[in-house]
Design a binder for this molecule. Structure first.
Ligand code: NAD
Length: 248
């Protein structure tokens, strides 16, 4: 197995950060499975972006909260492509509200997608990775999981939870040459953050030493590094991509 022949799965890759991650990972010989539950025009754009970089791309619809669907999808990847080397748990949602008004269904949904979704995908992908004795798992956390944020108790809990998940699984899988790391973006310009009120955006900007929001590309490069052969000695770590907003 050479570095040229790898198979990757990126969840939530039809738009935003996931789309750019899929395209940034792409290179000749790499097959990228583009997962999402929506935004099919975007998924087609991701596919084209991967192919333009010389990679092979497949769109794979499944909901990360559905454990059986995740298992089936990973089985399909392994049947079709023979292996699964890189898993990027990027799918994520917000359902913001102040704690006194935060509905149980919004707590459950955010935890189900952001945290349990990652668990579902890691569990399924790990089987293939253990057989190969090789793997790269990258979980997309958030600066909010480290700092907290008013109105985002559910989201922050899910993103902090991903860090415990990352470190535990990193310890379990290290002996099989499977690395597990997290990338914690700060405020990145995407559809998810465009939806925030202007006042929230101004408050955020005031806390960023580099005095600008980040780009999906800047997150994607950190992910691509952790997914690379060169990152073999890095596991259980978090790369913060936040313009200095948090210096951990
Ligand atoms: P986005 O909303 O633009 O994209 C998320 C994608 O995930 C969407 O295409 C969506 O359809 C998909 N998705 C949602 N639920 C899914 C499910 N159940 N199964 C499969 N796919 C699902 O968001 P984004 O801003 O690109 O964020 C990507 C990741 O980065 C998220 O995990 C987010 O929490 C994290 N993040 C974003 C920022 C930011 O500033 N944008 C900051 C820190 C962390």
């Amino acid at each position: 197995m050479t570095a040229e022949n790898r198979v990757a799965l990126v969840t939530g890759a039809a738009r935003g950060i996931g789309q750019v991650i899929a395209i940034t990972l792409a290179r000749p010989g790499l097959t990228v499975y583009i997962n999402d539950v929506a935004h099919w025009d975007g998924a087609a754009q991701t596919k084209k972006g991967v192919e333009d970089q010389g990679g092979t791309a497949h769109i794979l619809e499944f909901d990360v909260t559905d454990a059986a669907a995740v298992e089936q999808a990973v089985d399909r990847i392994v049947k079709e492509s023979g292996r699964l080397d890189i898993l990027v748990n990027n799918a994520g949602i917000t359902r913001d509200n102040l704690i006194a008004r935060l509905k149980e269904e919004d707590w459950d949904l955010v935890l189900a997608v952001n945290l349990k979704g990652a668990y579902n995908c890691i569990r399924a992908a790990t089987r293939a990775m253990l057989k190969q004795r090789y793997g790269r798992i990258i979980n997309i956390s958030s600066v909010v999981g480290f700092m907290g944020n008013p109105g985002q108790a559910n989201y922050a809990a899910s993103k902090a939870g991903l860090i415990g998940l990352t470190k535990s699984v990193a310890r379990e899988l290290a002996s099989r040459h499977i690395t597990v790391n997290a990338v914690a973006p700060g405020f990145i310009t995407t559809e998810m953050t465009e939806a925030l009120p202007e006042k929230t955006k101004e408050l955020m900007l005031a806390q960023i030493p580099l005095n600008r929001f980040g780009t999906p590309e800047e997150v994607a490069h950190a992910v691509a590094f952790l997914a690379s052969e060169q990152a073999a000695y890095i596991t259980g770590q978090v790369i913060h991509v936040n313009g200095g907003m948090l210096m951990a």
